[in-house]
Design a protein around this ligand. Structure first.
Ligand code: ATP
Length: 235
């Protein structure tokens, strides 16, 4: 579904990605783990099209999208949930979700059924639908950010550190939601510092170190890899 080949990207003269290649198959959960500043966010933003690239190629469902602008990638079916959630605090939960439908190709008649689906997946959002989003807890805001991305009916969801700042019980809820999404046919590319949790739900994973892929394998193989365990799992 997604093929990233030898991607080069950076900020001015600083090169942050030195030729990164990753692929995500339809229906997979693929995780990218790595330390602070390794290039995880830069890679996700390059895939969603908001980060310029200076070399390499991004292909989605067989088509080269390297030069396709970000808003068109959304209509192709790629949605990113940014790090730090970026919800609209004064707006209600429901209005935040409705904003996610703004680019939806299908039009208004799908909005109600999409809202229904998301409220089913995250019942707490249904309970709070009329409340300002800023009053939600961290975990609930993360669910809202994911829900908002789903309103555009993406086929590929890019998630940037969804567990950041969350209590362990909420991390589990978010991971369960990701597994549920996959069952509903959404393909997931997940960036996480919480490597153990992310690898344990992933079909495959990559380890990125200072802008280059250092390792790849099944989620299970990476969890069992002694070097990965020492560097990222704290065991
Ligand atoms: P984190 O987990 O801390 O978010 P990351 O793996 O997502 O880290 P990136 O944010 O992609 O890493 O950063 C990769 C490299 O690019 C780092 O060296 C970082 O300092 C640099 N970088 C990131 N954003 C900018 C920016 N806006 N301007 C200049 N350099 C940047």
């Amino acid at each position: 579904m997604l093929e990233v080949e030898t991607l080069i990207s950076g900020y001015g003269r600083i090169e942050a990605l030195h030729g990164v290649s990753v692929s995500v198959g339809a229906g997979e959960i693929v995780t990218l783990v790595g330390g602070n500043g390794a290039g995880k966010t830069t890679l996700l933003r390059a895939i969603s099209g908001v980060q310029p690239v200076t070399g390499g190629r991004v292909a989605f469902e067989g088509a080269d999208i390297t030069r396709v602008p970000a808003h068109k990638r959304i209509s192709l079916g790629i949605a990113q949930v940014p790090e730090g959630r970026q919800i609209f605090a004064p707006l209600s939960v429901e209005d935040n979700l409705r904003l996610g439908a703004y680019r939806s190709k299908e039009g208004r008649n799908t909005v109600q059924s999409d809202l229904g689906r998301i409220f089913e997946m995250f019942p707490i959002l249904a309970e709070r639908r009329r409340n300002p989003a800023g009053g939600l807890s961290g975990g609930q805001q993360q669910m809202l950010a994911i829900g908002r991305a789903l309103m555009g009916r993406p086929r590929l969801l890019l998630l940037d550190e969804p567990s950041m700042g969350l209590a362990p019980i909420l991390v589990d809820q978010i991971l369960e939601a990701i597994v549920t999404l996959r069952k509903a046919g959404v393909t997931v590319f997940l960036v996480e510092q919480n490597a153990y949790a992310a690898l344990s739900i992933a079909d495959r994973g990559y380890v990125i170190e200072t802008g280059a892929i250092a390792k790849e394998g099944s989620g299970k193989a990476l969890i069992e890899d002694p070097a990965v365990r020492e560097a990222y799992l704290g065991v």
